[in-house]
Design a protein around this ligand. Structure first.
Ligand code: GLY
Length: 590
């Protein structure tokens, strides 16, 4: 397995900015509307509604929209690999779930290769343009811009990485013809797809921002009226873009007419950006070693920097290793332990984690069992930790970083796949905020991923690790995860949800390992998430009942929607898949 085995007080203003961000829910709850697609889709929807996993023996795919899952399932049933299916799923998601991910965004993939038994990761994260400076998101006096002033328009657009990631992984691990994988999405884009309840709800909620671009407004609000559920939407520009990529490969995305149109759109937007043709031409996918944490006899493996996902999920679990969580998710002490472990992980994340090609990140030191045991010992009391600060992991460079304050309000989507050869793909994919920068080119939305950088570049004269720098990749929370046991994959996991992705994914893993849940039960678990001190409790679920006990332990609590999108597969004697009831996804397998 190619894997690395693994103060300052949390600045009050950073935590305050994050908590202000909590007030906005980028993607609310919605489900349904797919009952007529096929008997298999119906059965999958029924299983999800009944709270039972989909079972299969050969292959399985779980993703956020039944059209996309079906496209992936057709590829797998025809003998394609997980890499082939991933391409088909992603290009279909770009059509039917355009607010969350697509060609204009970035993605991370954790890949288990059955032939070699190796686990590796691919970084298709967006990059800052070469002309970007640390002051990209500051006003003339150096103060951070308001979040949506930064998001909407060209300024926030990083060089997209998803097309390059799809092509690279297909080149390495695919067996099916590239053009054929794009064909179902091309067909549906020309024929028209039914707008889902979720997409319609999100368009209605974002109408004002969508209206800032004529092309985007015309697509989502033809003649000024937001699309509603059941409307049939044709997307000819998207079909043309996919035709181009089918014929010429993704090189046609990074140079030529499409690249020039992307650059002209970004530079010509009212809130102009600095993306250039050179930025597109030099974009590269990076293969990186997986970052793994030991947890109760398993190796929990995921995406290292520029994602904070595997580090924060792994640290949270590593700190909990010495504690008994068997009392389950409704036990207030169990919640204290998980919540404070998460807070400690977020304190390290805020101070140390950024693109490791630009700043030295002490990944090894942060994942080291002795360090995690020392941090975990802080959880030994019986009330909430009064103060949480970054630890001092072992490092081999000076680490004098100030605490960052990136605000993450993403759309994002997670895809889990196991193919009939035993390959496994965990891919989390995003354009950042719902509808990204609100700029549309070639039938897809451009990302606003650069707003995942810290808007502040310095604090008290000390630089922030996750500040904007030319060519750098913004820190992510995306946590595509493959859990290994005795050298074989046993769980595939991941979710959208901004920096709460970390808590959602950690809970799903605890649910399956500690509480013996199947993947659908784990996806159904009510959420209680603590990142910066305030305990978020999922509204309308039994997590609300934890409020009194947590308050008596000293936590501030906040009841709110917590719209995860967990897509989980358990690999054992059979494959079992679960899809998050909060979104429109399903599991299909055979
Ligand atoms: N933009 C979401 C993330 O990368 O975490």
């Amino acid at each position: 397995m190619r894997a690395i085995l693994m103060g300052l007080l949390l600045a009050a203003s950073g935590a305050a900015a994050q908590q202000a961000a909590d007030a906005v829910e980028p993607e609310g709850l919605s489900t349904g509307g797919f009952e007529s697609l096929s008997p298999e889709v119906n059965a999958a929807l029924a299983a999800k509604a009944a709270g039972v996993p989909v079972e299969a023996n050969d292959w399985m795919v779980v993703a956020a929209n039944p059209h996309a899952v079906r496209a992936g399932a057709d590829v797998l049933a025809a003998g394609g690999t997980a890499a082939d299916a991933m391409v088909a799923v992603q290009v279909m998601l770009g059509l039917v779930e355009p607010q969350s991910s697509g060609l204009g965004g970035g993605a991370f993939l954790v890949w288990y290769d059955a032939a070699s038994g190796e686990l590796t990761t691919f970084d298709g994260r967006e990059t800052a343009p070469l002309a970007a400076t640390p002051r990209l998101f500051q006003d003339e006096s150096g103060e951070p811009l308001r979040f949506f002033d930064a998001v909407v328009g060209g300024r926030s657009v990083g060089t997209p990485g998803t097309p390059a990631l799809l092509a690279e992984v297909h080149r390495r691990y695919g067996t099916q013809a590239w053009a054929g994988l794009l064909a179902p999405a091309i067909g549906l884009a020309r024929e028209g797809f039914e707008v889902s309840p979720r997409l319609a709800q999100l368009i209605a909620g974002d109408a004002e921002r969508l209206a800032t671009s004529d092309i985007t407004a015309a697509y989502f609000m033809p003649e000024g009226v937001p699309l509603v559920a059941g409307d049939v939407r044709v997307n000819v520009p998207y079909a043309n873009t996919l035709d181009l990529l089918a014929e010429e490969g993704v090189g046609a995305f990074y140079a030529g007419d499409l690249a020039r149109t992307i650059v002209a759109t970004v530079q010509g937007a009212e809130n102009a950006g600095v993306l250039s043709e050179v930025d597109l031409a030099i974009y590269r996918v990076k293969e990186r070693p997986a970052v793994c944490a030991a947890y109760r006899g398993h190796d929990v493996c995921g995406m290292g920097p520029p994602s904070s996902g595997a580090i924060a999920v792994g640290q949270t679990l590593g700190m909990l290793e010495g504690y008994d969580l068997s009392a389950g998710p409704d036990d207030v002490t169990v919640r204290r332990l998980i919540g404070d472990a998460s807070r400690l992980a977020f304190a390290d994340r805020g101070q140390y984690v950024a693109d490791s090609d630009f700043v030295p990140v002490p990944v090894f030191g942060m994942m080291e069992p002795a360090y995690l045991a020392q941090r975990g010992a802080l959880l030994g009391g019986d009330v909430a930790l009064a103060e949480v600060s970054a630890g001092e992991p072992e490092f081999d460079h000076a680490l004098n970083w100030a605490d960052g304050e990136a605000i993450e309000l993403p759309s994002t989507s997670h895809i889990s796949i196991v193919d009939s050869f035993g390959n496994v793909a965990a891919m989390t994919t995003t354009i950042e905020n719902g509808f990204g920068s609100r700029l549309m080119v070639g039938g897809f939305l451009l990302n606003n991923e650069l707003t995942d950088f810290s808007f502040r570049s310095h604090r008290g004269g000390v630089p922030i690790a996750n500040r904007v720098e030319p060519g750098k990749r913004p820190r992510s929370s995306m946590s595509p995860t493959i859990v290994m046991k005795d050298g074989a994959p046993v769980i595939v996991a991941g979710s959208p949800g901004g920096s709460r992705i970390i808590g959602y994914t950690a809970q799903a893993i605890i649910g399956m390992i500690d509480w013996g849940l199947d993947p659908q039960q784990a996806a159904n678990l009510p959420h209680a998430v603590n990142r910066f001190g305030t305990y978020d409790l999922e509204a309308g679920t039994r997590a609300e009942a934890l409020g009194e006990g947590l308050a008596s332990m000293g936590y501030e609590t906040n009841t709110r929607a917590l719209t995860s999108g967990l897509h989980l597969i358990a690999i054992g004697d059979s494959l079992r898949g679960g899809a998050d009831p909060r979104r429109e996804g399903i599991a299909l397998g055979e």
